[in-house]
Design a protein around this ligand. Structure first.
Ligand SMILES: [Zn+2]
Length: 185
């Protein structure tokens, strides 16, 4: 079933200043609110076949992000029923080598793929949506998604991590894709 407009959040796209911040920490009351909107957040990720989402991308000026590999067919070691990971107020304890080149897209930059260096290991402290303290080591695809979404919480997009020329080309490509989608709809 195609999700209705009301059942998912609208994605905030570049160059909307909402993506730049500043963002506030999640407090315990806001964590309760996150729990109440979790089905809608999850539906938003699934509707876009995304692996993750950062709060600013759906219009919240708060520091939380979501990682969702539950339906990734390539990820054999990830149990299909494993639920979405909600990371509030993440603090990076350490990130480690080796660095890997990761080709990434972003819901806020439609049609754009950008290669960026990522660490293959991140040790992170955070609170989950139930306000439980967690200390977790993300590896593999989870580590890459974490870094991408964590960048969003600093107001950093993929476009901010590449040269000016590549950035101009990516923005041009985004305009073409956006225009094509508008024509189709
Ligand atoms: Zn993104």
């Amino acid at each position: 079933m195609t999700p209705t407009y009301e059942s998912i959040f609208q994605i905030i796209r570049y160059p909307d200043p909402l993506l730049k911040g500043p963002f506030k920490p999640v407090d315990e009351d806001f964590a309760i609110y996150i729990r109440s909107i979790m089905p809608k957040l999850e539906a938003t990720i699934k509707a876009h076949k995304a692996y993750g989402l950062a709060a600013p991308q759906v219009g919240f000026d708060r520091t939380f992000l979501l990682i969702d590999l539950s339906t990734d067919p390539k990820n054999e070691d990830y149990p299909q029923n494993k639920k979405i990971i909600c990371v509030c107020n993440p603090q990076v304890i350490s990130m480690d080598e080796p660095t890997i080149q990761s080709e990434e897209g972003c819901l806020s930059l439609p049609g754009v793929k950008i290669k960026v260096p990522r660490k293959s290991y991140c040790h992170v402290k955070y609170r989950d949506e139930f306000w439980q303290e967690k200390a977790v080591v993300f590896t593999g695809l989870e580590a890459i998604i974490f870094q991408h979404e964590f960048d969003h919480l600093q107001g950093t997009l993929l476009l901010d991590k590449i040269s000016r020329l590549k950035r101009q080309m990516a923005i041009k490509r985004m305009h073409v894709v956006t225009k094509r989608n508008q024509m189709r709809w």
